[in-house]
Design a protein around this ligand. Sequence first.
Ligand SMILES: Cc1cc2nc3c(=O)[nH]c(=O)nc-3n(C[C@H](O)[C@H](O)[C@H](O)COP(=O)(O)OP(=O)(O)OC[C@H]3O[C@@H](n4cnc5c(N)ncnc54)[C@H](O)[C@@H]3O)c2cc1C
Length: 437
Amino acid sequence: MINDNEKFDVIVVGTGVAGLFTALSISGDLKTLIISKDKIENSDSYLAQGGICTLKEPSDFDSFMEDTLRAGRYENREETVRVMIENSPMIMKRLIEYGVEFDQKVDGSFEYTREGAHSTYRILHHKDVTGKEITNKLLNNVRSRDNITMCEYTKMLDVIIEDNTVKGIVILNEGELKCVYAKEVVLATGGIGGLFAHSTNFRHITGDSFALALRHNIELENINYIQIHPTTLYEENFTRKFLISESVRGEGAILLNKAGERFVDELLPRDVVTEAIRKQMEEDGRPYVMLSLRHIDDEEIHRHFPNIYRHCMEIGYDITKDDIPVTPAQHYLMGGIATDTYGRTSVKNLYAVGETACNGVHGANRLASNSLLESLVFSERAGWIITEEIGEVSLDTPEVDRSLYADPEAWDEANKNLVMEEIKRRDRDFYDKWCNS
Ligand SMILES: Cc1cc2nc3c(=O)[nH]c(=O)nc-3n(C[C@H](O)[C@H](O)[C@H](O)COP(=O)(O)OP(=O)(O)OC[C@H]3O[C@@H](n4cnc5c(N)ncnc54)[C@H](O)[C@@H]3O)c2cc1C
């Protein structure tokens, strides 16, 4: 329960790994509110499967750096990448202290895995549910903190800004419009998948912070740098798209057009395969192409892809016998609200962390499994700097014109249009291909 006009030291918007880790990284003396638009657990962080990158030994530094820069087409900010890699062992230590369990080999050492574009094994994981493991453990720790109030089904409608300084947020909580004030506000609302017809993201992750950035002139960067995953399961409704991992193609699955013919080398880079599928869908006049796993041994499917097997079976496809329809879908946003390496935005006392932030780590394209790490490193640093600087910040409670939010649905629709128009303005070609359906 949040009271109208209630005051906090810090408000964190979002309960994914970035929001939770920020809340845990600020001092236990600070009265903190953390909210989520939906059920607390419904964040994209919870869905992360593959794992989290780390610097497993100092000698891997240069190669980790080069892999990240190459994936980002050298548009990354090198200083930010350096900060991320240098801090990664400390983050893993912290996660383990919070109770996170990573898979280990029989001798007790960590089992590192590898994904596309990594030149070595440097990814820690918890089976194929790493995000769930990390998010759950962070949540347990947040719940044990007396200084933190956590509220679900509470939606941020707006940020309150005066003289380019944040003062609080406007929320919908228990059906009521309320203003809540704070010295510092952290935006950790994730990406923009919910704005796309096809996305692996939760539907309620709709880039609200970016619309507010556009409304309030908060600096955005590379909002059109959006990663599309080539193969997600096509289902004829608007629910979240289920990811069909690239490793399925690595093990021999093939893509087929309407005539049952192969039309692309399945192991080409992600963006090339995505473009080939898009063109083929246009030619076939269908919103999907088919993926066949029939060349993979049944035993291998059960051993290597139990989750994909189970999910497809639930909706009527036995992947050991049936081809499945797949379609490219929005997956991740590299751009976002421009920040420095402490999550500071262009508005005073307003921070952005996680997928909401663009701190330059990913450049034009994200290296697989760098996003959980990036979220954690920079949300911890935001927590530190907030704790250090909050003593000098005053708590003000300016009047808010509540009539602006009389029709929340119209407000949301306008937000969506603002973000989509901005993507269109920055990259018409991308917009026409991926946003206009
Ligand atoms: C299927 C899938 C698999 C992935 N696998 C990996 C992987 O293996 N490794 C990896 O590193 N990354 C992976 N990622 C990416 C990674 O999970 C995300 O980039 C990262 O977890 C983002 O964390 P976040 O805290 O920034 O946002 P999220 O976890 O998305 O959390 C956003 C939060 O903001 C809240 N919110 C949004 N809008 C509002 C609002 N207006 N008011 C109040 N609350 C709001 C949401 O309810 C939610 O709590 C994967 C992503 C997906 C979708």
